[in-house]
Design a binder for this molecule. Structure first.
Ligand SMILES: [Cu+2]
Length: 498
């Protein structure tokens, strides 16, 4: 394996899922600098718009309804699963210390619930409780507080009812949950133009209904050929020359990985899943596994014109079972996700030099290992939701809602080694607490960052470090290729009072 120079690493590719990048690099695949022939997939459509719900007087209060509805998806009509009739759902915005009250109603024809992905809130009661089941026609009020010391960042909400997560997310259920804070107050960032890009793939039939991606895809991970950015197909993002653009990416696809680059414009990473990094890192590509977020700054310092934000799909498990068909699409085809257009001119905004310090974590008290793999199963499994076919396991066991897999003590720091002995990539996600990546295949990370998803490619070992400082009770960790999660790749973590 070719050793990766730190310099190469920073220059070549995205920091957010370095596991993928290291594996890409180590396969000596040229990190393409050649022109990319990505077609404009549709006429550049309307600018991105969200219905925002912002906290007022310390309270974010809203009604949220999950229901099937016909919506406009770019230039197509699509019968999707929506929150409040929108895809993505309403953009929720709160600040540390705010109370949140979400009166949620399930109008789907199957049970569901809500997960607040990345929020550091209690995993029990009316908080981020994924063990709740909200049956068809019933309501539940989620109520929690954003802790005073919660970092600013790009978080999101989506269903987490085991066995139906992939189906419901693929149907369209996802929305952003933005926490404002210190990062937003940095003068250059405050002056930047902010755009939210919720990246989501769909497979639609001629009638605009969600298409069946096939039996195999329902095991290895369903992928759609229609790429959308915040419910638009190739939306235009207009920026003034001299301006600074803050792009906030969320990969809300159930299985698809994204590898994004912006023509003639380097991207400067400022935040990962769990919030800001300490100073901007220049990237030519941003790689996002399912569930991951990244925030980048782009300087409007090129010749006025149109520049494509291009996705080059790739399979982090080369030769693995996800290769080849990928739901019938050509997995090597580059596509345009959005288009940056210059409009007007303004006095130049520079890049910030310092962001928010990422605190170093103390040495761990405990180190655990989590081995990811799959096999063939038959009959009923832990969740009871599926018949035979592929089973996805952690440490040789599929999810069992009645079993506690891992117990940790409040007030400790742990290292978890995530080992992938299978043939597919698994983005490992932990609820409630965020972590820092310590090393990948023994190689230290080039910079510190807070994460809640890390992709582990076949044959790789990733070491993460996680503090358990508050919030007790049962929570989960799982693979964020949601078909893998639904098919067993999840475990229960109990955080115990010391
Ligand atoms: Cu997986």
């Amino acid at each position: 394996m070719r050793p990766i120079q730190r310099r190469d690493f920073l220059r070549l590719s995205a920091g957010t899922t370095a596991a993928i990048l290291l594996s890409q690099c180590s396969r000596s695949r040229p990190q393409s600098t050649a022109p990319i022939s990505a077609p404009i997939s549709a006429p550049i459509s309307a600018p991105i718009q969200f219905q925002k719900q912002t906290s007022e007087g310390g309270l974010l209060s809203l009604d949220l309804e999950a229901k099937a509805q016909m919506v406009q998806l770019g230039n197509r009509r699509a019968n999707l699963l929506t929150y409040n009739g929108q895809m993505p759902g309403p953009l929720l915005e709160a600040s540390p210390g705010d109370r949140v009250q979400i009166r949620f109603t399930n109008q789907l024809d199957q049970p569901t619930n809500l997960h607040y992905h990345g929020l550091h809130i209690p995993p029990t009661g009316t908080g981020d409780n994924v063990f709740l089941e909200i049956p068809t026609g019933e309501s539940h009020t989620y109520e929690f507080e954003i802790p005073e010391n919660h970092p600013a960042g790009t978080f999101w909400y989506h269903p987490h009812y085991h066995g139906l997560v992939a189906e419901q997310l693929f149907g369209g259920l996802a929305g952003l949950f933005i926490v404002r804070g210190a990062l937003d107050e940095i003068p250059e960032i405050k002056a930047a133009q902010e755009e939210f890009l919720v990246l989501k793939d769909f497979a639609l039939d001629d009638g605009g209904n969600i298409a069946d991606t096939g039996h195999m895809a329902a095991m290895t991970g369903r992928v759609g050929g229609l790429l959308t950015a915040s419910g638009q197909i190739n939306p235009a993002i207009a920026m003034a020359k001299g301006g600074l653009l803050r792009l906030r990416f969320l990969n809300a696809s159930p299985s698809r990985f994204f590898r994004l680059s912006l023509e003639d414009h380097p991207m400067h990473l400022i935040a990962t899943d769990g919030g800001a990094i300490s100073s901007p890192v220049e990237l030519s590509d941003v790689v996002l596994a399912p569930g991951e977020r990244a925030e980048v700054l782009v300087q409007g310092n090129q010749k006025p014109g149109d520049y494509r934000l291009i996705n080059r799909p790739f399979n982090p498990a080369q030769g693995g079972m996800m290769g080849g068909t990928m739901g019938g699409q050509n997995s090597d085809r580059a596509e345009t996700v959005a288009t940056l257009t210059y409009d007007g001119e303004r006095s130049e905004i520079s890049l910030p030099s310092q962001l928010i310090a990422v605190e170093p974590l103390p040495e761990p008290q405990t180190t655990r290992q989590f081995t990811l793999n799959h096999g063939m199963g038959g009959g009923m499994m832990g969740g009871g939701m599926m018949g035979g076919g592929m089973v996805f396991m952690i440490n040789g066991r599929a999810f069992d809602p009645n079993r506690i897999d891992t117990q940790v003590m409040l007030g400790t720091v742990e290292d978890w080694e995530i080992i992938n002995t299978g043939s597919m990539a698994h983005p490992f996600h932990v609820h409630t607490n965020k972590f820092q990546i310590v090393s990948q295949n023994g190689q230290p990370m080039p910079y510190s960052a807070w994460k809640d998803v890390v992709s582990v490619s076949p044959g790789e070992t990733v070491r993460i470090r996680m503090p358990f400082r508050d919030h007790t009770g049962k929570t989960v960790y799982h693979c964020h290729v949601l078909d893998h999660e639904d098919r067993g790749m999840m475990g229960i973590l109990e955080i115990q009072q010391a």
